[in-house]
Write a protein that binds this ligand. Structure first.
Ligand code: G3I
Length: 612
């Protein structure tokens, strides 16, 4: 495997084992049973997985980082993982303007220094966050006359970036400059200087710490769209003007209910193609509580895809998660009723989704060789003339189910992270057999579920894809036998499995025995492949209290094909006479013609003809 080049960052404090090769990436993942919420059970001691997330990322030329905050640094269970699992940390709050310069000219770096000290003690890099942002901005900045804002901003940058000179690998110099529609966000800085404040800020940061990589950072720019277009145009223009910009940060605060960003990897790539680094800077994936299997599977899918998007872009230098544990996530405090956004749970236990990220980073041999349980309860929940919808019961797994593969007739036709799937593009009036397999992050796959058959309904236009033609082989309407000639025709574009098809010919039994015998005298498909029986219909329609049902044991009817003639005959066991003239399905034609009063059923669904 070709490893991407190591990010061109300074690495004075690095402990990333750059010599690590892919061959050494053998994970010793902690396997824990999984609760319904997707969390491991409560406990305190969790053996560190080896290699760590950062070691896995380092083998791919990236870092793996976490945000943190000062109050958390007193939680020794928390810091044990923070200090060992990640190659870099970002202070979530302590380098913001309201903390570092709460009064004009009065700098306070104690909290930021504590984070830097922690990083240095653990051989980690620090991402500086953030120098110029409209939020967590002290009131005195907002109160300044416009004429003083640039000087105040440049003084703040000089003071803070100067204080940390040589100790910050990358700065989020400007944070969140855009509205979601791609217009510039108003702020004291934009109001005073227009968009030029961004260039001024980058120039001031470069002057204060020429070794730090300088970034613009924003959210909802992760995929293609108006906001990322705006960011793209800004970065392109800054590069063209020679403004010192080294990278673009993509926060990636995702939520399963909003879908995955559009073409994230392509989006990162287009920025990289401008000649800047890109980084995922604040990744988390929240969900509306309570969690369920579908949401957890989607979350795993999103984490995997973000990781793969970064690994797919050589200038994507690393991934930062916006704290590693639900215990300290910002999400519940901001989005009421949402949460579970992180890789470790609120008890500091690794969640199944962590294993998904580890696998995406190239971990092999996770030790998980247990396949998920076989999906149960596979049922058809709906059909149309071109689709069959399925649902099933969620599987369970020792680590976590990541999704399901759906098969039609043994061929995979799709995947789902949830417990339902609709197979589209099918032929009308056709029956299909489906099975489902569950899979986990380690690549273990369950056995196939029990199959279920789903039949598409008749297409529009009246006749559908199957039709039956009839001719009367019995000129005597008052004798003791009824002799319909039938042939089944497939007018559709796909083959039809004959075992799913039944033909019903309705007639009146009149007086006499209610026991019947039925025979096939001749059939192009072979009488041996046909079954015929007579049943009471329960219909009160005249001439329709019984029906002859013809079935097929096997075979399929190709698109456009006809079964050819089937000469059928039936009688009451007492051989009493019928009075056929008013029978519902009877016709007087002696050559085959379409028979709208003879029914064709596919898996019990009427697809041709009108039942009485
Ligand atoms: O420090 C005070 C504390 O004294 C007080 O008792 C408490 C009462 O609510 O508030 C504390 O301040 C909180 C601060 O975090 C420190 O914990 C604020 O209320 C709270 O709003 C603030 O939230 C931070 C948020 O930015 C503010 O916008 C989050 O921790 C922080 O994770 C979050 O990070 C941002 C990034 O900087 C930019 N991108 C989005 C990301 C998530 O919102």
């Amino acid at each position: 495997m070709t490893l991407a080049p190591a990010p061109p960052y300074r690495s004075r404090h690095r402990s990333i084992r750059r010599g690590l090769t892919a061959a050494l990436i053998t994970a010793a993942t902690v396997l824990l049973p999984v609760t319904a919420a997707g969390a491991a059970p409560t406990g305190t001691a969790v053996a560190a997985a080896s290699p760590t997330l950062n070691e896995l990322a380092a083998a791919k030329g990236r870092y793996f980082a976490s945000a943190t905050d000062n109050p958390e640094l007193t939680d020794t269970s928390y810091t044990a993982t923070l200090g060992s699992e990640f190659g870099q940390i970002t202070p979530g709050n302590s380098m913001k303007w309201d903390t570092t310069e709460p009064q004009r000219g009065q700098f306070s770096f104690a909290k930021g220094d504590a984070v830097v000290s922690f990083a240095q003690a653990h051989g980690q890099d620090v991402r500086g966050h953030t120098l110029v942002w409209h939020s967590q901005l002290p009131g005195w900045v907002s109160a300044l006359p416009a004429s003083e804002v640039r000087a105040a901003m440049e003084s703040h940058i000089a003071g803070e970036a100067g204080h940390y000179k040589g100790r910050i690998k990358a700065w989020d110099v400007v944070n969140e400059p855009f509205n979601d529609d791609g217009t510039y966000r108003t702020s004291p800085f934009y109001n005073a200087m227009g968009k030029d404040y961004i260039a001024y800020a980058l120039q001031a940061a470069h002057a204060a710490d020429p070794g730090a990589k300088l970034y613009i950072n924003d959210y909802n720019t992760d995929g293609l769209g108006a906001k990322s277009d705006a960011m793209y145009n800004l970065v392109r223009d800054l590069k063209a003007q020679g403004v010192p910009i080294d990278g673009v940060g993509f926060q990636a605060h995702l939520a399963v209910q909003y879908g995955f960003p559009t073409q994230m990897q392509q989006n990162l790539q287009r920025f990289a193609d401008l000649g800047v680094d890109v980084a995922v800077t604040e990744l988390d994936v929240r969900m509306v509580l309570p969690a369920d299997a579908t949401k957890l599977a989607a979350q795993s899918d999103y984490y995997r895809r973000v990781t793969e998007a970064c690994l797919g872009v050589s200038r994507c230098v690393g991934i930062t998660i916006w704290d590693y544990t639900d215990k300290y996530s910002w999400v519940p405090g901001t989005f009421s009723g949402q949460g579970l956004a992180c890789l470790w749970d609120a008890n500091l236990q690794p969640k199944p989704v962590l294993d998904v990220v580890r696998t995406a980073l190239g971990a092999t041999g996770s030790g998980d060789t247990t396949a998920p349980s076989v999906p149960a309860g596979l049922t058809v929940t709906g059909t149309s003339s071109s689709s069959v919808s399925l649902s099933w019961t969620a599987s369970t797994d020792s680590v976590g189910v990541t999704g399901y593969d759906i098969f039609r007739g043994g061929t995979q036709v799709g995947s789902s992270t949830g417990t339902s799937f609709t197979n589209s593009g099918l032929s009308a009036s056709t029956s299909y057999s489906f099975t489902v397999r569950a899979k986990d992050a380690a690549g273990n796959v369950s056995a196939q579920s029990s199959p279920v058959t789903g039949a598409t309904t008749a297409g529009s236009g009246g006749g559908g894809s199957l039709k039956v033609q009839y001719k009367n082989n019995d000129s005597a309407a008052g004798d003791n036998q009824i002799k319909p000639g039938l042939q089944l025709v497939n007018t559709g574009s796909g083959a039809v499995a004959l075992s799913s098809v039944k033909i019903r010919y309705w007639f009146s039994g009149e007086a006499g025995s209610s026991n019947y015998s039925a025979w096939c005298d001749y059939a192009v498909v072979g009488c041996g492949s046909l079954s015929q029986s007579v049943s009471s219909s329960g219909s009160s329609t005249a001439g329709a209290d019984h029906y002859l049902e013809v079935g097929f044991s096997s075979g399929s009817l190709a698109a456009g094909a006809s079964s050819g003639e089937m000469q059928l005959r039936f009688a009451k066991s007492d051989w009493s006479n019928f009075s056929e003239a008013d029978d519902y399905s009877r016709g007087t034609n002696t050559s085959f013609a379409d028979a709208p009063k003879i029914g064709v059923y596919v898996n019990g669904t009427l697809v041709w003809g009108a039942a009485p």
